[in-house]
Design a binder for this molecule. Structure first.
Ligand SMILES: *[C@@H]1O[C@H](CO)[C@@H](O)[C@H](O)[C@H]1NC(C)=O
Ligand SMILES: *[C@@H]1O[C@H](CO)[C@@H](O)[C@H](O)[C@H]1NC(C)=O
Ligand SMILES: *[C@@H]1O[C@H](CO)[C@@H](O)[C@H](O)[C@H]1NC(C)=O
Ligand SMILES: *[C@@H]1O[C@H](CO)[C@@H](O)[C@H](O)[C@H]1NC(C)=O
Ligand SMILES: *[C@@H]1O[C@H](CO)[C@@H](O)[C@H](O)[C@H]1NC(C)=O
Ligand SMILES: *[C@@H]1O[C@H](CO)[C@@H](O)[C@H](O)[C@H]1NC(C)=O
Length: 368
């Protein structure tokens, strides 16, 4: 039996037992970006936790706010998804700002600003029925900023815990590795004490706008570089984040390069910049599947990196298909990690293939 068919078979077999405690204690989470093409949350029910992205920081009063255009979706999200999946837990993800998280560090620099953020974050979560809050896209870049970040995290958790009737889950979205550059590292000890878990951005390691060589942007392994998920996770653990607080990131998108020579079409082949999108931005799995079906397309799974790629003439797209997702989820389970976080669910295909792939692996592993 091929592994595809074996998994389909096991899926049917185990479905009635899918509420066993071993499978539910694992976090199968995913993001829903409000600005995405499908703002109405028709979400498959295999997820245990859903992060709604993003709320922002108002840089004049330092309160958390939801953009007017996102408000209709974010405010009704929890109610909508719970109709199909009453046990799903929703969290509101708050964005720290662009590249160096300026909004976040401006907020953390003064007590009154932190208080304003903390109070409004809790109020917003309660108002819309979120059971947790997520801090995302924060990359400390100076020692002073790091100190403020520590203080903020402690205050946020203390305030939330003081509401002893119904505490909120607190999660953090972090870079794939704790080392931000040679001298800067996340405040791991503070993070361990105060966040329920950390989900890693285990992707976007290479971009066609920056690399003129085809690359596995979400490589699980890479023999020639430290930009890979396995390396990052080992570094987090070495620096004190326990495996059971680590949630691996899964990308439901890929990147397209234009090959210099269509006959040289492996990982590491010369390219002349992006394909499909002129700025090299990501291509969602739903659309990649369209390119996979076109005449002459060659599909490859490379287990050295754990990447799928599809090539057709000079077009080359590196992404995670079902095989890569399965291998990563399996890895996460074997290493004792807490779960996975997909970015982002609407990028999956119409049959939710990637969502199912991760889910089935966990069901099978809990049985075998
Ligand atoms: C940000 O805060 C200022 C000052 O309180 C307020 O006037 C403005 O409307 C807020 N902006 C948003 C988007 O909430
Ligand atoms: C809010 O939405 C508008 C479009 O409706 C967009 O131009 C703007 O960038 C958004 N702001 C944030 C902070 O997302
Ligand atoms: C913190 O980071 C911000 C944004 O990158 C920067 O503008 C600011 O100078 C930093 N603050 C300190 C105290 O280093
Ligand atoms: C929890 O307690 C606080 C303070 O007593 C109250 O304002 C809040 O509404 C309570 N939350 C829930 C969900 O009961
Ligand atoms: C994966 O790709 C690398 C580089 O292109 C190649 O050297 C290696 O043999 C491939 N591995 C597999 C298992 O296909
Ligand atoms: C990639 O190659 C193209 C064409 O040779 C060139 O215009 C572009 O600047 C290169 N980009 C990078 C990031 O090296």
């Amino acid at each position: 039996m091929s592994s595809n068919r074996l998994f389909s078979f096991l899926f049917l077999l185990v479905l009635p037992f899918s509420s066993s405690s071993d499978t539910t204690s694992w976090i199968k989470s995913g993001f829903w970006y409000a600005g995405s093409v499908f703002p109405t949350p028709e979400i498959p029910t295999m997820y245990t936790h859903l992060h709604v992205a993003f709320a922002h920081i108002n840089t004049s009063n330092f309160e958390v706010f939801i953009n007017n255009s996102d408000e209709p979706y974010i405010s009704t999200f929890t109610k909508t998804v719970k109709q199909n999946n009453p046990s799903v837990i929703t969290l509101l993800s708050i964005w720290g700002g662009s590249d160096e998280s300026p909004d976040f560090f401006a907020m953390t620099s003064e007590f009154s600003r932190r208080k304003s953020f903390i109070t409004s974050s809790i109020k917003t979560a309660r108002l819309y029925g979120f059971q947790g809050l997520d801090l995302n896209g924060v990359y400390p870049n100076t020692a002073a900023n790091m100190t403020n970040m520590r203080t903020f995290i402690e205050e946020w958790r203390t305030t939330i815990n003081s509401e002893s009737n119904n505490s909120l889950i607190l999660t953090m979205g972090a870079y794939y590795s704790p080392m931000l550059d040679q001298s800067m590292k996340y405040p791991v000890e503070t993070i361990v004490r105060n966040f329920d878990w950390v989900h890693l951005r285990s992707y976007d390691y290479y971009l066609p706008s920056k690399n003129n060589v085809t690359r596995a942007h979400s490589a699980l392994y890479d023999p020639s570089s430290t930009r890979n998920t396995d390396y990052g996770i080992k570094e987090w653990i070495k620096n004190g984040l326990p495996a059971n607080k680590i949630v691996i990131g899964l990308a439901y998108h890929g990147y397209a390069w234009t090959l210099v020579n269509p006959n040289h079409n492996m990982v590491g082949s010369p390219a002349r910049g992006p394909a499909i999108t002129s700025d090299g931005s990501s291509i969602n799995y739903r659309d990649i599947k369209g390119y996979m079906k076109s005449d002459g397309a060659i599909l490859v799974y490379n287990s050295t990196y754990v990447v799928n790629y599809v090539t057709n003439g000079p077009l080359w797209i590196g992404y995670d298909d079902v095989e890569a997702i399965r291998t990563k989820v399996s890895y996460a389970k074997d290493k004792g990690l807490r779960g996975f976080a997909a970015f982002q669910i609407p990028n999956d295909d119409v049959d939710w293939e990637l969502s199912k792939a991760g889910y089935i692996i966990i069901l099978c592993k809990s049985l075998l």
